[in-house]
Design a protein around this ligand. Sequence first.
Ligand SMILES: Cc1ncc(COP(=O)(O)O)c(C=O)c1O
Length: 396
Amino acid sequence: MTAQPPDETGPMDDDWICARLGEDEPWILGAVNPPVFENSLFTFASATELGEAIKDEDERYVYWRGTNPTVDLAQRKLAALERAERAKCFASGMGAISATISSLVSAGDHVLVLGAVYGPTTQFLRYLEKFGVAHTHAGDLDACERAVTPATRLLYFESPSYMRYEIFDIPAVTRWAADHGLVTVMDNTWSTPIFQKPLTMGVDLVLHSLSKYAGGHSDLVGGVVAGPSRLIRPLALTEYQLYGAAMSPHDAAKVVKGLRTLPVRMSAHQERGLAVAAFLEGHPAVRRVNHPGLPSHPGHRLAARQMAGFSSLFSVELATESRAQVAAVVDELRHFRVGVSWGGFESLVNAPALTVEESVRVTMGVPVGLVRLSVGLEPAETLIKDLDGALQRITP
Ligand SMILES: Cc1ncc(COP(=O)(O)O)c(C=O)c1O
């Protein structure tokens, strides 16, 4: 199905994809919202017809665990946003990550992980060791060059990286990977396709947790992988079906709803996030702010080259080594709620030193004073005042 809008709406752009793509097909009773197809199965006029459909269960509506028209609508929008041929939605971001990696490796293969990635992604790679799949973490392309082996199949990364928000030169990474015959997979959850389109920079498969900005309302868990049909179709027919992490039509309807406002929400998140980050950067109780949108960030120029904007998840290194002081700051905040996840309408705070095991914090390479903020859609002045008050708890 084409992603082109009707002639009168002008060239395809992200706003059009988010607001309108696929929403009138089928256009039932003139309803402004497409129906939610609450069907665990679809029926056929004959057994022969059903048999034909089963052979192509990735594209045909047969059973919910394969696909569904509402899930398909979300997939079409996400594929168009990522400039991908195909997208496949999952019950969670981890569902997308585990199925994607599994589809690309076999026993004896090796995976390279560039930079810091989401913790459970690393845990999944460790889990794969029992099936004979090895992995190595590398901090940059020089380290990748040293770690690559004839068994390496896949290079996996995030940019910005997890927790530290380090920026990788995506075209350079994908050129290097292509020279070594590796498939590249990138988690683009932080930027959303509104701010970064990795496939246009040579990445083979891009994936997201839809539970963050894409959904945007903290009312769903979902994931997606997008890329060329030659890579999506095999995983849709095998890992998608066998692991069973299928997205429900109800969650797909929430994804569609979230996507309609994604471009406007992202510009509001960007503005508020940068205002809060700039305030924190000048605060005496703050050692460092890890936000690639700040000109002081070491990757800012590169980020500005390959990204169209910046989301509002970043970390702050408080000027303290004391867990008690970090806890006092977090507990003092009134407008940042304490919780995992990010990318929703509500501002959130999390402090790894207080919430993860010490060995995990050390492995993550994050200092005791590191606090992660997800800036929501509240007024920036309210959030700044809240932070200013809480930071008084840092004493020399
Ligand atoms: C960067 C990143 N990728 C993937 C995931 C996993 O997504 P989900 O929680 O939807 O399984 C998360 C969740 O926090 C994440 O932060």
